[in-house]
Design a protein around this ligand. Sequence first.
Ligand code: PHE
Ligand code: ZN
Length: 848
Amino acid sequence: MDAPKEIFLKDYKMPDYYFDSLFVGEEKTIVSSKIIVSPRIEGHSHPLVLDGRDVKLLSVKVDDKDLKAPSGTFTLEIVTEICPQNNTSLEGLYKSSGNFCTQCEAEGFRKITFFQDRPDVMAIYTCRIEADKTLYPVLLSNGNLIEQGDLEGGKHYALWKDPFKKPSYLFALVAGQLESRDDTFITSSGREVSLRIWTPAQDLPKTAHAMYSLKAAMKWDEEVFGLEYDLDLFNIVAVPDFNMGAMENKSLNIFNSKLVLASPETATDGDYAAILGVIGHEYFHNWTGNRVTCRDWFQLSLKEGLTVFRDQEFSSDMGSRTVKRIADVSRLRNFNSHRSYGTSIRPHSYIKMDNFYTVTVYEKVCAEVVRMYKTLLESSGFRKGMDLYFKRHDGQAVTCEDFFAAMRDANDADLSNFLLWYSQAGTPNVKVVSSYNSEAMTFSLKFSQGVPATPGQHVKEPMFIPVAVGLLTSSGEDIPITSVYHDGTLETVMENGQPVFTTILKVNKKEDEFVFANIAERPIPSLLRGFSAPIRLDSDLTDEDLFSLLAHDSDGFNRWEAGQILSRKLMLSLVADFQQSNPLVLNPKFVEGLRTIIRDPSLDKIMDLMEVADPDAVHAVRSFIRKELALQLKEEFLSTVINNRSSEPYTFDHENLARRALKNVASVCPFGELTLDHPYLASLGDEELTNLALDEYKSATNMTDQVAALAAIAQNPGLAREEVLLDFYQKWSDDFLVVNKWLSLQAMSDIPGNVVNVQNLLKHPSFDLRNPNKVYALVGGFCASPVNFHAKDGSGYKFLGDIVLQLDKLNPQVASRMVSAFSRWRRFDDYRQALAKNVYEIASKSLA
Ligand code: PHE
Ligand code: ZN
């Protein structure tokens, strides 16, 4: 019923939309709306169909009379009644901690009033809010505050008008007891913008980093894209109950508190980084999403891909580009296995918007597609494309083809079949074979590509893949590249008359060969530098080549990647040994390689590479490698811990982030969010090292160090674990964001039979099934545990199945995000497949 294709009514446009009044009250909320409707084509006879869900219609008037629609422009007045206090879906108008707030993307507006709730219906909104003045002293909506005043009976009102046309999904309203941190930003053209971040009074001290992030984002968008903020006021409101991370409503961004509130004592480096990125993301939507919006929801990647790309670039410029790229690509790969099952970044159909947001590679792959434009056109060409995009489409609702056309036309570029990235599902598999000809002094790279068949798309066409390549000498120096043969012609690849060290090969045939000229020795190719395309690459690099890249590549990303490939190889061969009950022995070369390098791959990536994932084998091998490395590299790890301690006050900058990350990987936990990666030293579980972690825990002056130490101690069952978990809870029971870390840490634990602990935690006073953050921490955390979620007795799957059925009644969007944990069942062995399939089908049927 909600599919946009069915509600096809392009003939109407609503240039003016007016919330005559919106009365918010404790029992019912009355919404009166006044819409000026004009036909797009004069004299047609199409009916006007409006969307509405869970709203009680009180009255409808057309031009102040009965319901007959006149043929020209007319005024439609609708009064509805809704109950935000009972709205647990957190879509439409709902209550969070006593305050009213809205979430309208994608189809929440229809839960407030009847409307053509689709993104190509753009209108000017005026909104008048009335409410009790003591209970709801702050009344906010989009745009500018035109008027406010007191009313009889202890009430007051506020009238807001947004001068920009917008789709209904960007409408927002907040009413509640909030206070603000205020600041100003002077735009490059000299306008002063008031910035306000709203939270309950006691949280205001924790908004400093959010304000810093907002101002940095505003400045960055001016410098990099010449984009200035377009109103005099920008509001951010933090609410504790929110399905997603945040929402880019015009001039009134609403955030999950988790992505606003931070102090060194309560937030980790990962939290600080996430806040910077998401504040940037929502702010950047003002141009990419709001000023230029999507024609329909199939174009979601138009705004999300571009805006995620922009926030990634922003975070890179604010910190370390390589670290950021590694983090983004790791996340993309964990996520990417969904995509192999047939969702392209622009699907052809969907049943339910909830699933669309979770199953589509809404967050990440689409940003990679945008990144490829930049790789192909370079920064300056990309900027020209953006400028043309805004020049052509400001104020419009457009498609991915429009963005493509702007990029192409601004650069006069031949982008060939690039658009396939939007329609063709599945990750391309690319194979490279290299050969060196010493007589001709040429080095050849032969690519062959294939996209696996996906449901409904059996025959695939070759894609247009930018492959960034550099060549290294045997001692690790970059080789200057001057010219490359391709398709029988010799192309010079110099820049300003100078040879380059990285060149972009445009692979777009099933088989494509590139030959580098003037290469004096057999080079080691550094392929797909910076992960220049979202593909799976299989090369003929030897272990020796990989060790050399690991040690010397001038591309930081590829140094890390070489380490990844080496450890994957090592793990795969150990998994095979484990499955055949052979003794496990760690390759000494690898240990040596690792003496110089740090991280290791996440479990999911390994599982992705295995034909049939075997969680038990992966877990056993992983623990073995970890312990073995800790044992053999104990001295190095210990000195890493000691050398990277600091007594300085917490600062969020690259140097300190890197220092804490190193210390915590060695002793305790890795960089960023809590993950499955376990600290090395603590994996030995001996008393000396447990005491080291306890010391780290007790002496920690910030949450990054504290939670990392806690995680280290908590990985080994026993008294120390119980005591330290209790201590942490008692310390932080008043801070719900910190308590969520405590929940997720226990949920993710590998300790045997953990499902029982998680079931008990569901009954813990700190847990509430209606709060999405708590569900993501506890239930989501559990589903990330390879051992307990995938337990052979099926207890993990059953647990999730039961929860999903309960959740679906309260909040379908959160339920559907949790169901996605099942989506990998196809990869597991027969036994687990059967288990998961059963539960998945029951759970997903109830959601469809
Ligand atoms: N559009 C939001 C963002 O970019 C994400 C979101 C989608 C939020 C759907 C709520 C509902 O951050
Ligand atoms: Zn977004």
